[in-house]
Design a protein. Structure first.
Length: 288
């Protein structure tokens, strides 16, 4: 058991990400009381019933009163609005941190809102699933995974140290990088794959040469590859809108390689196809 690091934690958006952080910290004995906040009563009731939160309030001002740490875990485009709503009730010295999948746009919107005596630490756990809501939360989600923090020169050092410790207690390895690097890296390893999966399912699902839905025939490969296309559309709309530049750059990179493959197939160039697949297999095998 860790000492109580956070006497009162407020979770805004008690879904997969917020709920799993609460469960991990509770299991480690690192939090006193966890207060949940959200819009949907059924989800908050479920969170209470499952022990994800100790109590909840649908009023952000009430939920963050006396909180030492406030964890924002709502879709990326809501993060600044939510911060604006709850700031008037934050106690001096309170730390606000987030788990949003995009960091540049989030920091640009939240930094100017922050008063001198409340601190914002931008973060992003690189762990998740395609499931949403409090019911999807589980305490080991962050174990053995990375969590990226993207401090700027304005980030308070003590607040940063506490948030780092919080993620370590949840089981993660904390890595720090710039906002810009974060958004480019995530565009490549997370946001592009989601766009490809969504496109693939739509492409195959819209193929109307036969009367039946040919997706019904899909087996292991298609299902493994497209698991992430079941992810929440609101969350991914927000990510696509706020990491526009990073995503467009990676989509162009992808189109280049897809075009090369298409040419090799059209030309029946077996040697080039073999080289293309071999290079990919070697890169993929190296990260297993
Ligand atoms: N799902 C994933 O695998 C990962 C998600 N993230 C990020 O974490 C954040 C949360 O994602 P999830 O937990 O997956 O979503 P979720 O859908 O499971 O939970 C989000 C919760 O926030 C609530 N909510 C939405 N708008 C709100 C508002 N304006 N005020 C109060 N509550 C509001 C929703 O009702 C929901 O209960 C997002 O910013 C996402 O980009 C980060 C890493 C992984
Ligand atoms: O479901 C999966 O495998 C994911 O890739 C989850 C995920 C989604 C969004 C993030 O910002 C980080 C991780």
């Amino acid at each position: 058991m860790a000492d109580v690091l956070i006497p009162r934690l407020a979770i805004i958006g008690v879904g997969l990400i917020g709920g799993s952080l609460s469960l991990a910290l509770k299991e480690a004995g690192a939090v006193g009381e966890v207060v949940g906040c959200g819009r949907g009563k059924p989800n908050l009731e479920k969170a209470l019933e499952l022990g994800v939160v100790d109590r909840y309030s649908r009023d952000p001002l009430d939920a963050v009163k006396d909180a030492d740490v406030i964890f924002l875990a709502t879709p990326v485009k809501t993060l600044a609005t939510v911060t604006e709503e709850l700031l008037p009730a934050c106690k001096p010295g309170a730390i606000i941190t987030d788990g949003g999948s995009v960091k540049g746009a989030v920091s640009a919107a939240i930094d100017p809102l922050m008063p001198d005596n409340v601190y914002f630490v931008p973060g992003h756990p690189i762990a998740g699933t395609e499931k949403s809501g409090a019911e999807a939360a589980f305490p080991t989600l962050y174990r053995g995974k990375r969590c990226i923090l993207t401090p700027t020169e304005n980030t308070n050092a003590d607040a940063l140290a506490l948030v780092e410790k919080m993620w370590q207690i949840a089981g993660s390895e904390v890595v720090k990088m710039s906002l810009e690097k974060h958004d480019r890296v995530l565009a490549a390893i997370s946001h592009l794959p989601h766009m490809v999966a969504y496109s693939l399912v739509n492409a195959v699902g819209s193929y109307d040469h036969y009367e039946e839905n040919i997706l019904e025939y899909s087996a292991g490969g298609f299902r493994d590859f497209t698991r992430i296309a079941s992810s929440d559309p609101t969350m991914w709309r927000d990510i696509a809108e706020t990491n526009r530049d990073g995503l467009l750059e990676m989509m162009e990179q992808f189109e280049k390689f897809f075009a090369e493959l298409k040419t090799d197939i059209a030309e029946g160039s077996g040697e080039k196809l073999f080289e293309f697949f071999l290079r990919s297999k070697q890169l993929r095998d190296a990260i297993l």
